[in-house]
Design a protein around this ligand. Structure first.
Ligand SMILES: N[C@@H](CCC(=O)N[C@@H](CS)C(=O)NCC(=O)O)C(=O)O
Length: 219
């Protein structure tokens, strides 16, 4: 039975899963979440009332959360590229880096973007300042870690890189990764050159006008 992915190409969490799917050439049907398609929106709301995407459907099974979807794919639809190492100790490092990118790059990045979409009187300046400070701290920590590594958890592209790619992509648009963080900038470039992620970026190009802060003319 064909895997179905409820997703939107411009969403960072969807790009995280798309990158994993493209790494392995895993076939799937994209159920494009579009407000002018009430059928797909109703299917999605029925599957996951929390309404965060992506969501994967595999027959009678519904799988939520980007990291869990990627682990699920590795267990039930494994391809040639293993995105979570078999060795539990190595897997722990991958999961640890995956949590770092989710909690300390993506979460503050999303906070800034969502705040910018609110009417001016409802904006939270302190929360945005805190999110920007968190991003600077996270860039600083990552700059040291990634100076010694090609990929997030070492020599091998993994689940952690699938998330790092879209999260650093949008984080740089939202709160620039300055020249003080050359290793993070170089890592972001390596991620952009990875064919699986480059494909996800290309597929999202038509939607760049959706970026609330204004997409820069690059990448
Ligand atoms: N924890 C979720 C987060 C997913 C998420 O935040 N997705 C965004 C799109 S990038 C979303 O659903 N936004 C819709 C909303 O916030 O209402 C995961 O890891 O999959």
């Amino acid at each position: 039975m064909t895997l179905k992915l409820y997703a939107h190409p411009f969403s960072s969490y969807c790009q995280k899963v798309l990158t994993a799917l493209y790494e392995n050439g895993t076939p799937f049907e994209l159920r494009l979440l579009a407000h002018d398609d009430p059928q797909v929106m109703a299917e999605f709301a029925a599957l996951w009332p929390i309404k965060r995407f992506p969501v994967l459907v595999d027959g009678s099974r519904t799988v939520m959360e980007a990291s869990i979807i990627i682990e699920y794919l590795g267990l039930y639809h494994a391809g040639p590229v293993q995105l979570l190492p078999a060795d539990p100790r190595a897997a722990l490092e991958v999961r640890s880096m995956d949590r770092f990118f989710d909690n300390y790059i993506s979460t503050p990045q999303q906070k800034i973007v969502y705040d910018s979409m609110r009417p001016e009187p409802e904006r939270d300046r302190q929360a945005v300042a805190d999110a920007r400070a968190m991003l600077d701290t996270a860039y600083g920590w990552l700059n040291k870690v990634i100076a010694e590594r090609e990929w997030a958890a070492g020599d091998t592209f993994s689940l952690a890189d699938c998330g790092a790619a879209p999260f650093l992509f949008y984080a740089d648009w939202t709160h620039a990764i300055g020249p003080a963080f050359p290793h993070v900038l170089a890592y972001r470039k390596r991620l952009l050159a990875r064919p699986s992620f480059a494909r996800a970026v290309d597929e999202a190009r038509p939607y760049r006008s959706y970026f609330p802060l204004g997409a820069p003319d690059r990448d």
